[in-house]
Ligand binder design. Structure first.
Ligand SMILES: NC(=O)c1ccc[n+]([C@@H]2O[C@H](COP(=O)([O-])OP(=O)(O)OC[C@H]3O[C@@H](n4cnc5c(N)ncnc54)[C@H](O)[C@@H]3O)[C@@H](O)[C@H]2O)c1
Length: 342
């Protein structure tokens, strides 16, 4: 709850909730800021001036915003821009943006000249409580989301809740889906707080951010490379990723995850794993936050199934789902009869 963590299970680095100005507390060389066109409008100049005040001459690379640009073309553009900007093995990449920017800038840094340092400054709620934590970086292929992934943690994660003040409301809601997920996984009190609705969230961003981050940090410190408990974080994601892909990214990530959580909770209830009524409890909280809870009727089920089968959580026994048992507890279950989930 202090908003300051020192992670050590996958390289040593700090995760701090604080002012963006503390960025320069860690040493860096030749920093280059990677951001997208929307974030640049609001936060690039301020971030640059923080760096300038400490004697740096920051460069910046601006890419298109949106999941549809989280692909090899953009990563390739980043690599080339690093070269053009004269980045060497000692340079530092600063990812200023949501999960899309963090994933791609982190991946580009992980592969450029055998890997260079990077710092994450997440600017969406989703990226603060989820994407920026855990060291996963990567991008999508046309066949599926996040199929190319490497573990490469940043040297620092700096989360400044003030960045969220410029975030469109739809994005804030989307991020709340992951906060609700963290409540379901292991923080029933956080889950209860979520039921207070979006206005309460807006007025208490720092508390939401700190609690949401704490759950993910606990899980990744225990199981950094997803050999066991970390898979709990996939709650809602097997269905959610597929729905997001089939919607051609019309749906925000968190919206798809909200639908995924309700669908998977319903399945867990039907197979007798979850307590009766759990689906309704989860759906109520998501609805209170203005998140969708049902996969649109118009979305072809066969396409969703196909997308789920490409999911990387597949093994010989089927696809591994993280299913809710009760608020605060999930279990990993291999499912081969995917039709029954939908
Ligand atoms: N690496 C991981 O472990 C991990 C975990 C969860 C999700 N993810 C990935 O994260 C991505 C989703 O992240 P996201 O929801 O942050 O999406 P995003 O990065 O696309 O940001 C959402 C939108 O908000 C805009 N934006 C960002 N910050 C803003 C601000 N402060 N003010 C105004 N506008 C702002 C962006 O330009 C974009 O249009 C997905 O690609 C998902 O796969 C990764």
């Amino acid at each position: 709850m202090l908003g300051r963590h020192h992670l050590s299970s996958m390289g040593e680095y700090d995760v701090i909730v604080g002012q963006a100005s503390s960025l320069t507390n860690i040493p860096m060389q030749n920093p280059v800021i990677v951001t997208d066109e929307n974030v640049a409008k609001f936060h690039l100049e301020k971030t640059k001036s923080i760096l300038r005040d400490s004697g740096y001459q920051p460069k910046s690379i601006i890419v298109h915003a949106g999941e549809e640009h989280k692909n090899l073309e953009t990563v390739n553009y980043l690599w080339k821009s690093f070269l053009k900007n004269g980045l060497d093995r000692k340079s530092t990449v600063i990812a200023l943006g949501g999960g899309v920017i963090g994933d791609m800038a982190g991946f580009a840094a992980s592969t450029y000249m055998r890997g260079i340092n990077w710092i994450a400054i997440p600017t969406t709620l989703l990226s603060i409580v989820d994407a920026s934590l855990g060291g996963k970086t990567g991008f999508d292929l046309p066949e599926g989301k996040n199929l190319i992934v490497s573990f490469y943690p940043p040297k620092l994660v700096l989360a400044d809740p003030n960045f969220l003040l410029t975030l469109p409301e739809r994005e804030l809601r989307s991020g709340m889906a992951e906060v609700v997920k963290h409540g379901i996984i292991s923080d029933p009190e956080l889950f209860d707080l979520c039921s207070r609705g979006l206005d309460w969230v807006k007025a208490n961003l720092e508390e939401v951010v700190k609690r949401g981050m704490a759950v993910k940090i606990k899980v990744i410190e225990e199981d950094p490379y997803e050999r066991g408990v970390r898979a709990a974080l996939n709650l809602g994601h097997t269905v959610g990723h597929a729905v997001e892909l089939v919607s051609k990214f019309e749906l925000r990530h968190g919206e798809a995850i909200a639908m995924g959580m309700v669908t998977e909770a319903d399945y867990a209830e039907r197979i007798g794993l979850a307590k009766k009524g759990l689906t309704e409890i989860i759906a109520d909280v998501l609805s209170t936050l203005g998140l969708p809870i049902a996969i649109p009727e118009s979305m072809p089920r066969q396409e969703i199934l196909r997308a789920m089968r490409v999911d990387k959580k597949k093994n010989a026994k089927g696809i591994r789902f993280a299913l809710p048992v009760e608020i605060g507890k999930v279990e990993l279950v291999d499912v081969d009869d995917l039709e029954s989930i939908l």
